[in-house]
Structure formats: structure tokens, C-alpha cells
Design a protein around this ligand. Structure first.
Ligand code: HEM
Length: 237
């Protein structure tokens, strides 16, 4: 990696210049727009390749198999996108657009015990407000294990490699019970089909990998100030 970075530095010193318009540009060129530190550059390229490759490669392979050449995912084929589905579920688990909510008890009731968390049954009275925090829930090791805070699509597969659903009371991004999200299948189709369509056609690179991205607390959660990306049309499809 160091040798590659040095080679590019030498090339720049001898007059090499990337050409964004004609697509003559690679990862190093993009990262070098924000730093010239060889250690930093080597680390960023390495992290990008290792972290992004697995998810991107798997989604591309799946899309190639399920989606007609040059077309878009059909609604009926959503369930065939096993890995992309897992990507969507773990994204929606960790960074749901619905980070919190609350309900008012219509009558006296008892919330059931949660033995896994040593929580006893809890009495609530008519008019009590009960709130939930999906953003926090998805990061609790008591609920999701020690890797709770990690983006890990593989957690959605069982030992035989089959998609494994979790109880909606655990994967609570869509709420649970009779008032849970009616639009979940449509939102899931949208998330999967759009992600696959973009990843199939473009290399997508985060513009600034050094920045700490923060959630913007709101009724519908998003990323504070957004996430700027660079896209490059893929030549090899
Ligand atoms: C990522 C996208 C989405 C997420 C995370 C999400 C999540 C939720 C959650 C948590 C609730 C329960 C709200 C509460 O109890 O106060 C809800 C309710 C609902 N959602 Fe979604 N939703 C999404 C997209 C959609 C879409 C695309 C539609 C419609 C096409 C939709 C239709 C509804 C409806 C109608 C309800 C009310 C159900 C009821 O009260 O009986 N949602 N959603």
C-alpha cells in the first residue's frame, strides 16, 4: 500500500493529474483531495477496500442473479435478494428512521416480564405514557449481544444460511403488534431495489471518511448535515 501511495505521489510530482470528467480517476485520487499524508491515505484505501468490498460484492452478485440485465428489481422478487435483505434489516435495525415513539395506555394494564433482561412484569395505569427508544434498543448488548452496535448483515442468517427473522418486539424499528407499520413490505422493497440499482451501476465512495457522522434526532431520524458521496459509473458491467 505504501509503495502504491509513493508511486502516485511521484507521478503527481511528474505532472500526473486525474481527470474527473473523463472518469480517469481512482480511489487514491479521490482520497488525495482531502489529505496528502501517506499513512493516512494508505489506511483509508485499506479500510475502504476491506469494509466495503464484502457487502458491495455480495449485493452485486445477488443483483446479477435476480434482476434482469439492465433492469430493476421486481416487487415479487424481493424475497430472492437474501443478502440485500439482510443488509436492509441491519441498516434499519441500527439506523431506523423511526428512532423512538410513545403510547398512552387506554386502560390499566400489565407489561409482560422480560426474563432475558431480568425485568419483572410492570403495572401501568390508564393514561400512563410508555415510550420506547429504538435507537438505544438496537445498541443494547443485553438485547443483541456484544456486537449490538456493529453493522453486521450476517446476523440475519441462521446456521444453514437461511434468512432469519427476529421478533418485532426485538427488531422494533417497525413497531410491533396490531399498530405496527403497514408500509413495511413496500419500504423494504424500496430500500432493497434502490440500493441494488445504485450499487449495480455505480461505485459509491464516501467523500469524507474522517468525519464523525451524527444522527439528527427528529420524528424521522436522518444524518445531521447528510452524507456526501462520490459516484462513478462502473465500466465492468
Ligand atoms: C423505513 C421506512 C419506515 C419505517 C422505519 C416505518 C416505521 C413505522 C413505525 C415504527 C410505525 C408505528 C408508529 C407508532 O406506533 O406511532 C409505523 C406505522 C405506520 N406506517 Fe410505517 N415505516 C416506514 C415506512 C412506511 C411506508 C413507506 C408506509 C406506507 C406506504 C408506512 C405506513 C405506515 C402506516 C399506515 C402506519 C400506521 C399503522 C397503524 O397505526 O395502524 N410506513 N411505521
Amino acid at each position: 500500500m505504501d509503495a502504491l501511495v509513493k508511486k502516485r505521489m511521484d507521478a503527481i510530482a511528474s505532472g500526473y493529474k486525474y481527470n474527473l470528467e473523463e472518469g480517469v480517476v481512482d480511489l487514491l485520487d479521490l482520497f488525495m483531495q482531502s489529505t496528502n499524508d501517506p499513512c493516512e491515505l494508505g489506511g483509508r484505501v485499506f479500510a475502504f477496500i476491506i469494509a466495503g468490498r464484502d457487502t458491495t460484492t455480495k449485493i452485486r452478485a445477488e443483483a446479477k442473479e435476480v434482476i434482469d440485465n439492465g433492469g430493476y428489481l421486481k416487487y415479487a422478487n424481493t424475497s430472492k435478494m437474501h443478502f440485500t435483505h439482510a443488509m436492509w434489516d441491519d441498516t434499519s435495525r441500527l439506523n431506523t428512521v423511526s428512532p423512538a415513539g410513545q403510547m398512552e395506555a387506554a386502560e390499566d394494564d400489565v407489561l409482560p416480564a422480560v426474563p432475558e433482561l431480568n425485568m419483572p412484569p410492570r403495572k401501568i395505569k390508564k393514561g400512563d405514557i410508555v415510550s420506547y427508544q429504538n435507537y438505544v434498543l438496537s445498541r443494547m448488548p443485553e438485547v443483541w449481544g456484544d456486537d449490538a452496535g456493529e453493522f453486521k448483515p450476517d446476523r440475519w442468517f441462521d446456521e444453514d444460511g437461511k434468512n432469519m427473522p427476529f421478533s418485532p418486539f426485538k427488531y422494533h424499528s417497525w413497531s410491533a403488534g396490531p399498530r405496527s407499520c403497514l408500509g413495511r413490505p413496500l419500504a423494504t422493497y424500496e430500500g432493497i431495489s434502490i440500493a441494488a440499482a445504485i450499487i449495480q451501476r455505480f461505485d459509491v465512495i464516501m467523500s469524507d471518511t474522517t468525519k464523525t457522522y451524527e444522527p439528527l434526532a427528529a420524528l424521522n431520524m436522518r444524518v445531521k448535515d447528510g452524507v456526501k458521496m462520490r459516484v462513478r459509473k462502473r465500466e465492468d458491467i
